[in-house]
Each structure stands twice: as C-alpha cells, then as structure tokens.
Design a protein around this ligand. Structure first.
Ligand code: PEP
Length: 252
C-alpha cells in the first residue's frame, strides 16, 4: 500500500564522469525492480538533466533543495516549479545539513514543503535529532516537533505528495546507524504524530537515512514501518547502491 522508495542523495558530490559511470548500471540493475521500490537519484541540481538522459523512465530524479519562494529576484535559488519543469519527481526539504549549515528553520521548511506541493512534486521532509538530544532523552519530542511544524501547511489530497525521512543527525555520514529496532520505534512514533495531525499516516512512506549500507539495509527495510531509505555516501557507489535497492524482504 505504501510506496517503497530508495533515494540516493549525492549531496555536493558528482561530475559528468560519475553520472556516466553510475547511472547506467543503477538503471540496468535497479530500475523497475520486482520488489516494487522506486529508485530516485538526487544529484546536485546542475546534473539533473545529465542523470535523466542516462536514467530514462526507469529511475526517478529529484533535487536536494528548493527556494521557499515561487519565483523572482532571488539570485542563486532554484524553485520547485523549475524542478517540475525539468522532470523531477522529488524534492528533499529540511535535510539536517541545510538546517545546521544554512540556518533553515521549521518555518522555512514548512514554506518549502508548501512550494513543493503546489508544484505537484513529492516533498521528502527530513527530520532527526542530534546525539545530544538523543542522550538527553529528547529525541522523540524533537522529531515530533519537526514533523508537526514542517508539515503544518499540508492539507487534504496533498498528503499523498508527502514522504518523511527519519535521519538521526548522529548517523549521517558517520558510519553509525540506528539499530533496526530503534529506527522502527521512531518510525512508528512518526506515524503516530502524522495520525494526530489527521494525515493518512498508514499511506505515508517513512524512509530511514543515516549510514545505510548494503550490509545493514535488509535489517532496516524488513521493519514494518520502514518503507525504504535515503542514502548519502553509499549512493555514490553503484554496486553498494544497487544492493541497497534490492534489500527489501521478498514476497511482501
Ligand atoms: C544523507 O545525506 O541523507 C545521508 C543519510 O547520508 P549517509 O548515508 O552518508 O549517512
């Protein structure tokens, strides 16, 4: 019922050469998977067209960020409408690197989610606690607040364009992953929060992100509330990424 998704966030990595080396093999071995998972490549925006040329219709594409405004005098920004115009299906919103390094607040995140939904694309809202917050026993409250504030402007039919990615900050790019049990517990909690917002929680995909690799993806993806992954470092290696895309339990 819920969409299974594996999305590769290249962050500020990549080149024309990497597009050539990586996208073809991913398309051949992970495009149109029989496990039903949608595979999404999210390169830096400049490379979206190059990725699409290699990906054809077998892989979806997305961008890592968009402006909170629709259009106008915002030098350096890219809008959600532009992402749609260029054939993207997904937009990451509120990645922890944008919150931490670029000062994005929950209010900015909510405005960006609204832009993405208005453009008809799927918003992948990224949420997650820092190590300090987890150790203080505050992880659930922090994540719930990010979900509630980040999705504050969503209503009605547009919930179908929302995906949530739980990415504990302490697990991103560190090689440390949440255990499948801990991730499952937080995903179930996110679904509770979505229900309390009157969202169709059972049909909203919740992805896990944070040092997902070929050797830990299967355990994570077999949890009932984990619908796939947002993959950083491992999405830059074709074999590793393909293997993650194939890690859903068989027969479900
Ligand atoms: C990310 O960038 O969203 C991410 C999860 O990175 P990594 O897989 O490298 O931890």
């Amino acid at each position: 019922m819920r969409r299974r998704i594996v999305a590769g966030n290249w962050k500020m990595n990549g080149s024309k050469d990497l597009v050539q080396q990586l996208v073809g093999p991913v398309r051949e071995q992970a495009g149109r998977l029989d496990n039903g998972a949608e595979v999404v490549i999210i390169p830096p925006a400049l490379y979206v067209s190059a990725v699409q040329a290699e990906a054809g219709d077998d892989l979806a594409t997305g961008v890592q960020n968009v402006s909170q405004w629709q259009s106008g005098a915002y030098t350096g920004e890219v809008s959600a409408d532009m992402a749609r115009d260029m054939g993207c299906g997904y937009v990451l919103v509120g990645h922890s690197e944008r919150r931490q390094l670029f000062g994005e607040t929950d209010e900015t995140v909510a405005a960006k989610v609204e832009q993405v939904l208005q453009s008809g694309l799927t918003a992948v809202l990224c949420v997650g606690e820092t190590l300090e917050q987890r150790e203080a026993g505050d992880a659930e409250r922090v994540v719930a607040t990010q979900v509630i504030r980040g999705l504050a402007r969503v209503e009605g039919e547009s919930w179908s364009q929302v995906v949530v990615a739980y990415e504990p900050v302490w697990a991103i790019g560190t090689g440390r992953t949440a255990t499948a049990e801990d991730a499952q517990a937080m995903h179930a909690e996110i679904r509770n929060v979505l229900s309390s917002m009157k969202a169709p929680a059972e049909s909203i995909s919740v992805l896990y992100g944070g040092s997902v690799k070929a050797d830990n993806a299967a355990a994570l993806f077999s949890e009932p509330d984990i619908d796939g992954g947002l993959i950083g470092g491992a999405s830059l290696k074709a074999d590793e990424f393909i293997s993650i895309c194939r890690s859903f339990p068989a027969g479900s």
